[in-house]
Design a protein. Structure first.
Length: 714
């Protein structure tokens, strides 16, 4: 066997771990893969998920030819160009008859971390005149966008992890999720250990003693959905004890805002908070004293645990307000420590970016009064945009690397919506519950068969330092296959419809398809690093930053709005609603969790993954197992006010009693009676989109859901 060595990086999730591949030249197959120690950013770190690339690329479950659904529900093979001819013709007919908003695109994580494809979606829709763009971003942590719009944000950003003396993580488990920007996105295990060795004090607030909580100095284990009480109670203590940064607050909040904040949080006494959230007496004071009184550098950072729970927009607002009160931002003269070398370079100023509420420009949508956010419609409204009659009803949908049947709340409604479409196109390398409804399945090139960039959302700095990386295609697609680049699907449809895509503002040649490198060159044309430089640096480029935070610009007078009227109204609503527990209708609350071996539903087709993680257990504390007369491995039914699902019990001593800890992204088709030991449990069947959601972004409550446990016979 003749082998060659190749350097690349993983694109399963945002961590982008550098990889070294050994490839069989004869069969063009991965025979070995490991973390690349020479990678300038990740330095050899790689997780289990990324190390299964050989089976992902070469396994029997991978689709290698486009499929077209037949009238009897079966599928037959079809050539990709013929499929695109037919798809474009059907879209053109629907748009002609119903208008451009009859077409939508839903980008899942499979498309999100494919930069050339992710960046073409909205340009494709714009070329057709459609506004129907959805992605997983708006059903993950969209509360952060709402908070910035109502509260404002600090232009210079946060301190570097290496310089922090404290960090408070709320509903975040970066040791497993690799997704707690801006501080722990890359190699979280080593970086957190290094920071702890340098003196960092870590506070974790989570219903479960997570992998991250295991290395924390202080853990608070509340009931899910009570982040508002905890964060608001911490604000009350800061103000009553005088621990706020008075000059920063005077300069950037003002007396009126501070007075409104004090009045709003007054009911959140430590006794009330600890009783409602299920904390031990004194824990609230201990945590905020360590953060606000005893420490000077470091902030509060949240993740999906907060952003998927009830009152998530309010909770995120209060979390960021703690950072404001304590002045936990980079200040004038501090060293800038994050920069995207592939984007235009701008000076960083120590000033407030005033609340913009940019969603108000679009006006409320026809579905639950939700708003667009940064050019996206809220994904929590997607199924209703399909099912609700009206002029702008979606009738054709393209899924790029997404699996709505396991990711969207209300699984039955999601299935109904997919079945209702006149045209469903799925760009996916595997069959999923969602592809069951697709009229066409277009298998794409896998990650090591295509060129790409390190993912960084426009206008955001995700990674530490100033790193940039380019991944060339290091494999050919399997011999005899007919797979396409994700971006090519959108270019080819637009070409057939006679439309021109302006890609990042640059009109594309619509006769001859661009190369992936052509698209990448457009995206980085205003950056500080050229494509040739990236290609010459397989281990990445680490650019020098060498700049400090500058003073506020002339005329910069923005202020934080720490307690606007709608935030105050949400807080009053929270205070008026008693939680469901302790002898009420429901005995438990659902808490979301990440699974180390999978990224949402990605990995369910990998044998090595399924051997270690065959399904998603319903994890309970041992005391709850005893109280309900069940044991690990028993079958139970989980029942919410909306739905029910069969599950298999797991035991986790780190889960708070009264909490069910469970991962999303599993399950089969609704009503299929599949065994949860084979398919896992569809947690989204327990969650509704009609009654329990947030204002503005229509974010469904996917955690903190009241649940009952029913033991099943056998």
């Amino acid at each position: 066997m003749t082998v060659r060595e190749a350097t690349s990086f993983c694109r399963i999730c945002s961590a982008a771990c550098g990889m070294h591949l050994t490839i069989d030249d004869d069969d063009d197959r991965i025979v070995a893969i490991r973390g690349n120690r020479a990678d300038l950013m990740t330095q050899g770190y790689a997780c289990f998920k990324g190390l299964q690339a050989d089976e992902a690329h070469h396994g029997a479950a991978r689709l290698l030819h486009p499929l077209k659904r037949q009238p009897d529900g079966s599928y037959r093979q079809i050539g990709s160009e013929q499929a695109l001819d037919e798809i474009a013709g059907k879209i053109a007919a629907l748009v002609d008859r119903h208008g451009p908003d009859a077409l939508g695109v839903f980008c899942g994580n499979g498309g999100l971390y494919n930069v050339p494809a992710y960046r073409i979606h909205r340009h494709f829709l714009a070329a057709l005149g459609s506004r129907q763009y959805f992605s997983t971003i708006t059903i993950d942590q969209s509360a952060k966008f709402i908070s910035a719009g109502r509260l404002g944000s600090w232009a210079a950003g946060y301190a570097d992890l290496n310089n922090m003396d404290v960090a408070m993580l709320v509903g975040a488990n970066p040791m497993v999720a690799h997704g707690s920007p801006p501080i722990l996105l890359v190699d979280p295990v080593k970086r957190l250990k290094q920071a702890r060795a340098n003196g960092l004090k870590l506070i974790v607030i989570d219903p479960r003693r997570t992998e991250t909580a295991n290395v924390a100095d202080l853990l608070l284990q509340p009931f899910p959905g009570e982040d508002v009480a905890i964060l608001g109670g911490m604000i009350r203590i800061i103000l009553s004890e005088g621990w706020e940064d008075r000059k920063f607050c005077a300069d950037h909040v003002g007396e009126e805002g501070m007075a409104a904040l004090r009045a709003a949080v007054e009911p959140l006494t430590p006794d009330y908070v600890e009783a409602r959230a299920g904390l031990a007496s004194g824990q609230l004071f201990e945590a905020i004293a360590l953060f606000a009184r005893d420490s000077r550098v470091g902030g509060v950072h949240t993740a999906t645990g907060v952003c998927m729970s009830p009152f998530s927009n309010l909770a995120q607002h209060l979390a960021e307000t703690i950072n404001i009160l304590c002045g936990r931002y980079l200040r004038e003269g501090d060293a800038v420590h994050q920069m995207d070398p592939l984007a235009r370079r701008y000076p960083v100023h120590a000033e407030v970016m005033a609340p913009g509420r940019n969603w108000e420009e679009s006006g409320p949508s026809r579905i639950r009064g939700a708003y667009e956010m940064f050019g996206e419609r809220p994904t929590g409204t997607l199924t209703d945009e399909i099912l609700t009659p009206g002029k702008d009803r979606i009738r054709a949908l393209i899924l790029d690397g997404s699996n709505p049947l396991t990711s969207l709340p209300d699984q039955r409604k999601a299935a109904q919506a997919m079945a209702e479409l006149d045209l469903l196109v799925a760009i996916d390398p595997w069959r999923t519950p969602s592809t069951h409804f697709a009229h066409y399945i277009l298998p794409p090139r896998m990650q090591y068969e295509r060129a790409d960039l390190q993912w960084n959302p426009p206008g955001m700095n995700m990674f530490p330092g100033a790193h940039a990386r380019y991944a060339p295609a290091v494999l050919n697609p399997p011999r005899g296959s007919d797979v396409v680049d994700d971006w090519y699907v959108f270019w080819a449809i637009a070409k057939r419809m006679g439309r021109t895509i302006a890609y990042d503002g640059v009109p594309l040649d619509m006769e001859t398809p661009p190369t992936t490198d052509d698209l990448i060159a457009i995206l980085i044309r205003n950056g500080q690093v050229s494509l040739d430089e990236l290609k010459a640096s397989p281990n990445g480029i680490e650019a020098a930053i060498d700049e400090v935070v500058k003073p506020p610009r002339d005329g910069a007078r923005g202020r934080f709005d720490v307690m606007p009227h709608d935030v105050r109204a949400e807080l009053e609503d929270y205070l008026a609603k008693a939680p469901d527990r302790d002898g009420m209708r429901f005995t438990h609350r659902l808490s979301t969790r990440r699974m180390r071996d999978l990224f949402n539903s990605n990995g369910r087709d990998i044998k090595a993954v399924r051997k270690r993680t065959p399904y998603n257990p319903a994890f309970l504390h041992p005391d709850d197992l005893a109280a309900h007369g069940v044991a690990a491995g028993d079958r139970v039914e989980l029942v919410s006010a909306h739905g029910r699902v069969a599950a298999i019990v797991g035991v986790d001593e780190g889960v708070k009693p009264g909490v069910i800890s469970m991962a999303h992204g599993w399950g089969a088709l609704p009503g299929s009676n599949e065994d949860p030991a084979e398919t896992g449990s569809a947690v989204n069947a327990l969650i509704d989109t009609d009654r329990n959601f947030e204002a503005i972004n229509a974010m469904p409550h996917m955690s903190g859901v009241p649940i009952n446990i029913v033991r099943l016979p056998g």
